[in-house]
Write a protein that binds this ligand. Structure first.
Ligand code: SAM
Ligand code: SF4
Ligand code: SF4
Length: 341
């Protein structure tokens, strides 16, 4: 099939599916509020409905799928969905992003169901800090989850760390050293002003430049590694052969090569992490639209895409949080934990 390109010449290759908007943590950079508006249960897609939409997306070019949330492992029977998607001939990579709390108990069944890869979000190696940052217990469960992933045979497991000034920016070296022990690639993410990050401030962002300076001081010269331009992380090599990544979405966005979009648990499609409006695919799906009709809608929507949200944010003069808590409560689709990070 010839590539279906958007207005900026970008194909659609990656789909991130948020399987639930619920989460068992309350990370300060994602869910800092006391109260949230949850998606109505009746609106949540069944696994069969999700698989139908995925089929439509693959007809438009999607070949990589990542399950996320909210916390995806809070979705009951998630391995059933994994099995459905893993059997799909057009999906060559099926990954999961999880906070790891429920990973130890699910690793084996996820592997058996056909999941290709796991990314675990972990911002600190210090249990007290974890408690303060996530407002929940469970640091030891995350570490056990990472070990379980290795012991059931997952390869290329990555650790995603959001770096926040004065919170965990003194742990870059410790995280890399810990990653080496377990053969994990650590990726440092710049704190982003996405929906949900109501406490965001540019002052708290540790930039890629600053991270590289800290790591160069600790390790000596660092060499960039050539990587796929559509991949979010820039990868780097230390002199001992260790590879780590930096996702500089805030100060050096990669919109020009962005081939990803997002599907919420209630079937809304967002063509950009920063998009304020999505396309409701659940209503046509539940009204009897065929997979071909849905693929037609997706292809048409993608051709009109001109989003480059993070680059536009970079151009803003007084950059503050994307949306305040009132706006988020009235439109939960703006939340990172709803649309899937
Ligand atoms: N709950 C799962 C987890 O934490 O891995 C999956 C969903 S979470 C929204 C996906 C990713 O988004 C996590 O790695 C998280 O660190 C990242 N994230 C959330 N808010 C962010 C922010 N304000 N800036 C940068 N990354 C953020
Ligand atoms: Fe933290 Fe992920 Fe939950 Fe957001 S969705 S609060 S990043 S664990
Ligand atoms: Fe892609 Fe939007 Fe993120 Fe830019 S801001 S990389 S267009 S999702």
């Amino acid at each position: 099939m010839s590539a279906n390109l958007d207005r900026l010449g970008r194909p659609l290759r990656n789909l991130r599916i948020s399987v639930t908007d619920r989460c068992n943590l309350r990370c300060a950079y994602c869910m800092p509020e006391e109260e949230y508006t949850w998606l109505p249960r009746a609106d949540i897609l069944s696994f069969e409905e999700t698989a139908q939409l995925v089929e439509a997306f693959t007809q438009v070019g999607v070949e990589r799928v990542r399950l996320t949330g909210g916390e995806p492992l809070m979705r009951r029977d998630l391995p059933v969905l994994v099995r459905l998607l893993a059997q799909h001939g057009s999906i060559r990579d099926l990954a999961l992003t999880t906070n790891g709390i429920l990973l130890a108990e699910n690793a084996r069944v996820l592997k058996d169901a056909g999941l290709s890869r796991v990314t675990v979000s972990l911002d600190t190696l210090q249990p007290d800090r974890f408690r303060a940052l996530t407002r929940r217990e469970g640091h030891e469960k995350v570490l056990a989850g990472v070990e379980a992933a290795a012991s059931v045979g997952f390869k290329n497991t990555k650790i995603d760390t959001v770096v926040i000034r004065g919170t965990n920016d003194d742990e870059l070296v410790a995280l890399i050293e810990w990653g080496k022990r377990f053969d994990l690639e650590v990726r440092f993410i710049e704190y982003m002003d996405v929906g949900g990050a109501t406490r965001w401030s540019m002052r708290d962002v540790v930039t890629r430049t600053e991270m590289l300076a800290t790591l160069t001081e600790a390790y000596g010269p660092i060499t960039p590694v050539a990587s796929d331009p559509s991949a979010p992380a820039d990868r780097f090599l230390l002199s001992d052969g260790t590879v780590f990544g930096i996702i500089a979405s805030t100060t050096a966005p990669f919109c020009s090569a962005c081939d990803r979009s997002r599907l919420t648990a209630d079937g809304h499609w967002f063509k950009c992490l920063y998009a304020t409006k999505g396309t409701d695919l659940r209503t046509p799906l539940r009204s009897g639209a065929s997979v071909e009709d849905l693929a037609h809608t997706i292809a048409g929507g993608w051709r009109l895409r001109d989003d480059r949200g993070a680059e536009k944010r970079l151009e803003a003069l007084n950059r503050t949080a994307l949306a305040d808590s009132v706006a988020l409560r009235s439109n939960p689709h703006l939340e990172m934990h709803t649309r899937g990070g």
